[in-house]
Design a protein around this ligand. Sequence first.
Ligand code: PMT
Length: 405
Amino acid sequence: MEILQGKKIVLGISGGIAAYKAPELVRRLKEQGADIRVVMTEGAKAFITPLTLQAVSGNAVADSLLDTQAELAMGHIELAKWADLIIIAPATADIIAKITAGMANDLLTTLCLATSAPIAIAPAMNQQMWHALATQANITTLKDRGYHIWGPGCGEQACGDVGLGRMLDVDDLVSLSGDFFVEKYLQGQHWVVTAGPTREAIDPVRYISNHSSGKMGYAIAHAAVRAGAKVTLISGPVTLNAPFGCELIRVNSADEMHQHALSLAPTCSTFVACAAVADYRVANVAAQKIKKTNDAMQLELVKNHDIVADVAQLTDKPFIVGFAAETQNVEHYARGKLVRKNLDLIAANDVAKSGQGFNSDDNALTLFSAVDHIEIPLANKTIVAQQLVSLINQHYLAKLNSTEL
Ligand code: PMT
């Protein structure tokens, strides 16, 4: 089922250049099953026409507080009651200031005062305007009042400046809208997730690594964020963007990952070790690029710390989920790691099968604990991660919490 099936969303568009992305946002939200009503400010209409928004939303666009026709059909109070969620995207510095001040001099600001629905704001403005004390004070006030602030993103801006202030991409806004309606069953929990490969230097230009793309670990971090957890993602070098709302710590080597993991693990409730950590590093990393003088060469390797096993040694250890990437005897090796590393749960993946495991978009997992054996069938890593996070909660965390009460 589409994630926004049956959800009623009012999209408020204010007058910024990012308004040109609004039709695509409407289209994508509708694709996910949402019913969309668009409200435009006068400024928004300078960038994009109501007709376009009407065509993509399939509903009349509301743009005036004093519209007798609109009041006959869906007036501002009706609209305020109708919405499950109001998204303002783009939200200019001006509309943010007006909402903060409690003004009600146009339809969009009035709607914000008149609704009991949650309101999400996607700021879009010049980076200097974003950093201005007035804007920052307004954002803090809105956050304190329970508004959801989605973004802004960082990058090149329409005016040529570079920095924070871009409206989040449509993909991110659609994903945040879906996440918004997910039950926040991990509220109050802190998860630490390791992801991606590590790189073990040979010399300044070469390293030992593996094929991990980070997709599985990033999907787990995202699934935990959308379920309401505070998430810290410790990631080896990958090309992915961190899921919105999670703290990202970038590392290169297993040693760096070990340091961060061990300093964070005592503060977290669940530790998920999805990273493909190099088991060995080079004993003596060359200070200069090694020259091709011999036909053969030997590297002496020494064992890296076992990060997840060290986390499991902590006195007040979190709930620990390890992964096992195996090419044969999957259950046997996974169960061995479960016991040897003193884990609560291990997620085994058969990386010999094509179309799953390393660097693929899909995966299938078998979870083993001391008593359980649960299959998560082949699916996109996003789905697999959501199932994994939900299973961890249902089968283990919820039970742990109820026995602690
Ligand atoms: O990143 P993707 O391309 O999406 O691929 C996902 C994945 C295949 C990498 C992922 O699903 C996975 O299986 N991750 C674990 C890979 C692995 O290295 O497994 P392992 O059997 O070598 O290690 C067992 C466990 O010990 C893992 O939880 C690993 O993070 C941990 N470990 C291993 C060595 C070490 N020095 N420290 C560790 O913490």
